[in-house]
Structures are given as structure tokens and as C-alpha cells.
Write a protein that binds this ligand. Structure first.
Ligand code: ZN
Ligand code: ZN
Ligand code: FE
Length: 761
């Protein structure tokens, strides 16, 4: 029988997820000799055996690979046979050409959950239990290859039992880098006043604090959480006051799916995502009004399941004490600041709020927030992409190229670093007007460069000259490419879905700097090869006070009704109850004299105006609050929708919103008025989008459509629009793996820089 030997180099997400133990097992099964090792180039295998054994070994490699792994490349070459007696896992080495990829953090698996619930197990209620299928990854890794000495677990020396598990190829913890137990691993401790408690006692004290209505800080996986009973209104409002979030929704955490189902309606796909290793927060439909203080004014609630053993241990203790409420679980930071990462940081930031802090001695190297998303028609859409997803990459439809670093947009900032055709979009960084978030971005960029071993040769940023992200980008001494905001939005969809053909994009958005100096936000753009063109947009209207109109949303509606006949103006003014007459007059004068009143085509602001005219609210406390409440009121009753007018401009379609505004003003007063406006407006908007695309297709024959922009996080709008477009035979794509909001801009910038796409007005 002829013996052959093959060298196999596997690239992708193949480290830190039990890949080598898997290779070891299938090598034994197929009677293959040789070795497997982790290198910074990826996993290298040398396999020796009979031709048929090697063949079945290779097919097992591909077919039976661990569910967490992603194989990007698989290279096989024949090499000389060696004298060998067994198959081994050998020590990792670091070579210069680093190509490894770190997996995202994985939620507590069902085996570990079972173990820690068993009072007889040595890891009973141990907050750092993990195995090759679960546990920290990205948050603890400092350098590649992913091995214990390169993580914040370095300082913990495994005890004899843990080491035995780690070295035993048939053990669930074989080569689980963060493997630990109460004898050798990290410890929780709490400080309440001057008392320091450790281990179980610390957990117990945290549980008692929560039961008695207190607020705890927890040093979690990617940063600190603030937790309290979700039904304790006093504690919830204390957190609201502290975080300066009077009504912005919070997320809840429960310990299992059964508890989740008591609070919200949960579909099959939603259940699957809730229980997945990524374990994000999912926006779900509330069952009742019990949790209205958590998400006031909304029909949805963000929910997640205890994803670290620390959370799970806390729940177990709470349940054993007869306490069954869900916990409010929010990031440990003040409004808009990054999540606290170190004990010192947390002590400084959270004092005055918390009754007790649960710390531990495993450092968080990479800070990361909880991810958030929603399910629509069996597809999971991310709204905030962070833990459980980062640092997974997105393959762009390019054949490699230089490494690009794109700085993203200023709100919901992410940056993106490319390596070959792979785009690595960072975790949610946040609002860059906060200096701490700028530092967070700078720090994370250098960590990404190290983990990916790349030096960017091209920098991309937004076309906005005064964006903090643009200013940061200009500080680098590398060649700079400026990308228009909405072009970046639609390109991010094309990048994500590997679209190479010409397409038409639509960004419905809050704000973005336009090429004519106005604030854009409803942009139909075609992209053909290296050329992009603006084809249609919402007619401009004034934003009296600029940024002030984002919070005082009545300014948006006042600006629009000022464009109508006097009789509508008189009618419209009546909407502004509670706003001083003099204030309204001043703003009207601003509009008339065009003082500090930039022009905009923003769909976000039109939505705000409609929420104002529907008398849902006149002031917005968080971004899109009015529009989200308007969406929550939607009921499909098949009423006759309002109608946008489409005007033919110079080579462009101009969309006139005024007929919609008059339609709303004509609505008779009734308790159902806001609900009626919600339905008619959502429907009108989706019909307008369809009509514009149908009209544009007559000219350019393009039937691929990419939808992006924060407004498409509106589930109703997304679903109505997709349905109408697909009925017209369009092929519709949207942001799925990255959010449709400004978090996708860095990916679009990267793609624009690589493809050298030029935008003409
Ligand atoms: Zn596990
Ligand atoms: Zn141990
Ligand atoms: Fe945007």
C-alpha cells in the first residue's frame, strides 16, 4: 500500500474554537500520522497515510469542521514522507507572515451551563467555566497566534486537573486556552463599603443587593454592566437619571428561553439567535405592559440570555433565593461614553450609582459592548455589531489590493481595516464627539493592526470636512480618500453581498454631508463600475437651528408647513402645544430669513416631522425616538396612503413631501389619528421608493437594488418596501451582517477606496 504525505494550510477562523483537537480526532479515526499546529499563518497540518485514508481525512476536515469555524482557504500540497509513529498537536510558532484570525467571544455552552448548575461538580457556580466550544476569545487576546500566553489568562497557572483536561485530546477542554477552575483560575470579588468578599460570598452579596432593590456593577466579558431588578422602578429610574437617559430603552437579561418567552413573543428564528454562541440582544415584541419603564412608548423590548458563567451564576443564586425577575442589564458607562473596562475606570465612573461592584482578576484586553439586532422574515439584522460578531470579517467582491483603513462616520462609529479581500469592521465605538470614544477608536485601531499584522497604505474617511473621524483620518500621513456618506452606505451593501454588477442604491438616513454642501439623507444613487451618480432625492427643506432640529423635532415640521398655503400654516401651528408662541415666532423668522437654517433632504428629519405632526412628541430625547414610536403604532388597515409628488428636475427626480404633509394636516382629530398617520405615511413612503425605482429603471435598465441607512432599521418600512420592489421584479439587498445605520459607513468607505469609485453630482 502506497503511503503519501500532504501538507495542508488552513486559513480563516480556525483558532480558539477547538480546531486542532478536531483535527487530532479525525486523524486517529482515519489512521493518519503527522501533526497539526497553530501558526500565525493559520493552521498547518501534515498528514501521512494510505491514499484512501488521506482522502477520507481531508473530506472529514471539510465536512465535520467545528460549527464555529470558517474556512477561508484550504491549500494542499504533496511532500516527502517522514518516519513517524503517531499524530500530534505540536506547540504553536510565530512566523513573520501572520495570517491568523481571532474568533469572536462565545456564549456559555449548554455543557458548561449544565456543569456549573451541578452542586457536585468542581466548577459549580464557577463564573469562569469554559471549554473549546465557549468562553472568552477576542476580549482576552493580545496577540496572535491565539494561545494562553498571548491572552490575559497568562497570569493564571493551570492546576494539575485543568492541565490534564487541557492536554487530553478526548476532553472537552482539550486546548481550551482560557481553561480554569476555582483552584487555579480567576476569582470574583466584591467591595461594598470597606468589606471585601470573594468567590461565592461575593456573588451572594451581589444577589442580595439586587433582591433588596440595589444596583450592581458587574465586570463582565467585554466591559462592565450595570444590573438591577427590571421590575424595581426606583432602581431603574436611578439608572436612567445617572445615564441621562430619561426614556431610551434598556436591555433585559434572563437566564433561559422559557423566562424570555414569558416576557416577549419569540419566533423560531429569534429563539435560535438568542441561544446562538453570539448571544446578542434581540428586539422582541412585548407580551404586556409590565416592562414599560424599560422601553417606554415602544412595542418592543431588547432581550438577551445570560451569556457568561458570571451572569448565569448570579441568576442561579437569585433563583435559589426565590427571586425570579429578569435583570436590567446595561453597559457601565455614562451617556455616550465607552463601556468601562478596568476596575479603576468603573470605580471612577460608577460611584454614586451602585450599591455593590462585582470585580474579578481576569483583565479585559479588548472592550466590546453587547450586540443588538432584530429578526424580520427569518433574517437576523444587526443594529449594533459588537460582542459575538467582531472580529469576524466580511469578504468584499475585490481581488485583494492594498490594506485600507477607513475611519467611518461620527455617530455609531466603527472603523474598518482590510486585508486582501477581507474587511474587518471594528466593534461599535460610539459617538466620536466624546473625546473618550476618539481615544477608544485610536486604541482599537492599533490593536486591530497588530492582530491582523497589516499596515494600511490607504486611508478613507467621510467627505464631511468637520467630522471628528475625518480630522482623525487626516492626522495619519497616509494617502487619503474622501467618500460621500450615502455612497458609502449603499456600497456597504454591495460589499457585504458581493455585488459586482451595476446597481441602484438608496440611503434613507439621518444626516450626511452632501457634495453640494447641503445635508443629504434620501439619496438614490447608481453605481456602475467606478462611477456613482445621484439620480433622485427628497426635495430640500430648511432645518432651523441645524442640529437643534434633531432634538426639537417640531422645528422640522414647522419648516415643512411654512412651505404650504397660509390655511395649512394656521392649522399646523396648533400642533405645537406646550411650545411658547414667541419661540415659534423666532424659529419662523429664522426660516424666513434663512438664518442658521441649512437645507436638507434627510428622511430621518421628515420622519421626525411626521411624528411631530401626529402629535406623538415635539422633543426627541434619543435619536429616532419619534419615528420609533410612530412605527410602534403601525397597524395594517389598508387605508388610502398619502402620496409623494415626483418632479422631474435636471437629470434627476425630485421627491416632493408636501402633498404628504397636507394629507396629514387634513386628518380629522380622533383618538386613532396617530395610528392612521403611521399607516398612511409608512405605506406612502414605500410606494414612493418603488415608483422612483421603477421610473429610474426605464432609463438605466438596472434591477439590482441596495437599501441602506438608519431609516431602514424600521422593520415596517423595510418589509413594505422590499415586498413592493420584489413584486416589481427587482433584486433587493440590504445590510444584514453589519448595521444599516452609520456603523456600515466604514465598510462602504473601504470598498469605495479599493474600487476607486468616483461620485458625480
Ligand atoms: Zn463550554
Ligand atoms: Zn484548575
Ligand atoms: Fe448615515
Amino acid at each position: 500500500m502506497a503511503i503519501i504525505r500532504k501538507k495542508i494550510i488552513i486559513n480563516g477562523v480556525v483558532q480558539g474554537i477547538g480546531f486542532r483537537p478536531f483535527v487530532y480526532k479525525i486523524a486517529l479515526k482515519n489512521k493518519v500520522l503527522g501533526f497539526v499546529k497553530n501558526t500565525s499563518q493559520g493552521v498547518i497540518i501534515e498528514a501521512q497515510g494510505s491514499k484512501s485514508h488521506i482522502q477520507s481525512f481531508i473530506s472529514d476536515l471539510k465536512l465535520l469542521k467545528p460549527s464555529q469555524s470558517v474556512i477561508e482557504s484550504f491549500k494542499i500540497s504533496g511532500i516527502k514522507i517522514k518516519k513517524e509513529k503517531e499524530f500530534n498537536i505540536i506547540k504553536s510558532e510565530k512566523t513573520s507572515k501572520a495570517r491568523g484570525i481571532i474568533p469572536p467571544d462565545l456564549a456559555l455552552c449548554s455543557d458548561c451551563r449544565k456543569e456549573m448548575r451541578n452542586p457536585k461538580d468542581k466548577r459549580h457556580l464557577y463564573p469562569f467555566i469554559n471549554c473549546t466550544n465557549c468562553g472568552p476569545r477576542f476580549t482576552i487576546v493580545k496577540d496572535i497566534p491565539y494561545d494562553r500566553p498571548q491572552t490575559t489568562m497568562k497570569k493564571f497557572k493551570m492546576c494539575r486537573i485543568c492541565e490534564k483536561e487541557y492536554k487530553n485530546p478526548v476532553d472537552r477542554r482539550f486546548h481550551a486556552q482560557p481553561n480554569a477552575c476555582p483552584d487555579c483560575g480567576p476569582t470574583v470579588f466584591s467591595i461594598a463599603g470597606h468589606k471585601k468578599l470573594e468567590g461565592f460570598e461575593a456573588l451572594n452579596a451581589a444577589a442580595d443587593a439586587i433582591i433588596s432593590g440595589g444596583i450592581c456593577a458587574l465586570q463582565s466579558l467585554g466591559g462592565f454592566h450595570i444590573a438591577c431588578s427590571a421590575l424595581n422602578k426606583k432602581a431603574v429610574s436611578k439608572i436612567r437619571k445617572y445615564k441621562q437617559r430619561p426614556s431610551k430603552p434598556f436591555a433585559l437579561m434572563v437566564s433561559n428561553i422559557k423566562e424570555a418567552k414569558k416576557i416577549c413573543f419569540i419566533g423560531k428564528k429569534e429563539e435560535e439567535i438568542l441561544l446562538s454562541p453570539s448571544s446578542p440582544v434581540i428586539m422582541l415584541k412585548k407580551r404586556n405592559s409590565n416592562y414599560n419603564c424599560i422601553s417606554p412608548g415602544l412595542s418592543t423590548l431588547g432581550l438577551m440570555i445570560s451569556y457568561t458563567p458570571l451572569h448565569e451564576a448570579l441568576f442561579q443564586i437569585l433563583r435559589s433565593k426565590g427571586f425570579h425577575n429578569p435583570l436590567l442589564m446595561t453597559s457601565g458607562n455614562k451617556r455616550d461614553e465607552p463601556i468601562a473596562k478596568t476596575i479603576l475606570h468603573a470605580k471612577d465612573k460608577l460611584k454614586g450609582l451602585i450599591n455593590l461592584a462585582l470585580f474579578n482578576d481576569r483583565d479585559i484586553h479588548n472592550r466590546i459592548d453587547d450586540s443588538v439586532g432584530f429578526v424580520m422574515e427569518d433574517v437576523f439584522y444587526l443594529i449594533r455589531r459588537a460582542r459575538g460578531y467582531v472580529p469576524s470579517s466580511i469578504k468584499m467582491p475585490v481581488e485583494g489590493g492594498v490594506s485600507v483603513l477607513a475611519f467611518g462616520a461620527d455617530l455609531k462609529n466603527t472603523f474598518c481595516l482590510s486585508r486582501g479581500s477581507r474587511a474587518f469592521v471594528s466593534q461599535h465605538i460610539g459617538d466620536l464627539s466624546e473625546i473618550e470614544n476618539q481615544d477608544f477608536q485610536t486604541e482599537t485601531i492599533s490593536k486591530f493592526k497588530k492582530l491582523l499584522s497589516v499596515k494600511p497604505r490607504l486611508i478613507a474617511c467621510d467627505a464631511h470636512p468637520n467630522y471628528h473621524s475625518s480630522i482623525l483620518a487626516k492626522k495619519t500621513s497616509v494617502k487619503l480618500v474622501k467618500v460621500q456618506h450615502h455612497l458609502a452606505h449603499v456600497l456597504s451593501v454591495a460589499a457585504e453581498h458581493q455585488i459586482k454588477k451595476p446597481f441602484m442604491g438608496l440611503a434613507l438616513d439621518g444626516t450626511g454631508y452632501g457634495l453640494d454642501g447641503n445635508i443629504w439623507g434620501s439619496e438614490f444613487i447608481s453605481v456602475k463600475g467606478g462611477k456613482a451618480e445621484r439620480l433622485a432625492h427628497l426635495n430640500y427643506f430648511g432645518l432651523p437651528g441645524g442640529d437643534a432640529a434633531q432634538e426639537e423635532i417640531w422645528r422640522c415640521s414647522l419648516s415643512l408647513i411654512k412651505m404650504l398655503d397660509k390655511k395649512f400654516l394656521l392649522k399646523g401651528r396648533k400642533v405645537f402645544k406646550g411650545i411658547k408662541k414667541e419661540k415659534i415666532k423666532i424659529v419662523e423668522k429664522m426660516i424666513e430669513a434663512e438664518i442658521n437654517t441649512p437645507l436638507t433632504s434627510s428622511m430621518g428629519r421628515l420622519f421626525d416631522a411626521v411624528a411631530s405632526l401626529a402629535q406623538i412628541r415635539q422633543f426627541s430625547e434619543y435619536e429616532a425616538q419619534g419615528p420609533m414610536e410612530l412605527e410602534s403604532l403601525f397597524k395594517r388597515k389598508s387605508l388610502k396612503p398619502y402620496k409623494f409628488a415626483l418632479l422631474k428636475g435636471q437629470n434627476k427626480i425630485i421627491i416632493d413631501p408636501l402633498p404628504v404633509i397636507t394629507g396629514i394636516l387634513k386628518e380629522p382629530d380622533s383618538p386613532m389619528k396617530a395610528q392612521i398617520i403611521s399607516e398612511k405615511f409608512h405605506t406612502a413612503l414605500s410606494l414612493m421608493v418603488k415608483d422612483v425605482f421603477v421610473s429610474l429603471r426605464k432609463e438605466n435598465k438596472i434591477r439590482i437594488i441596495c437599501l441602506s441607512g438608519g431609516v431602514f432599521q424600521n422593520k415596517i418600512l423595510l418589509s413594505l418596501t422590499k415586498e413592493l420592489l420584489e413584486k416589481e421584479n427587482f433584486e433587493v439587498f440590504t445590510n444584514v451582517r453589519i448595521p444599516a445605520n452609520d456603523a456600515c459607513v466604514s465598510l462602504g468607505q473601504t470598498y469605495a477606496a479599493l474600487k476607486k469609485i468616483e461620485f458625480t453630482l
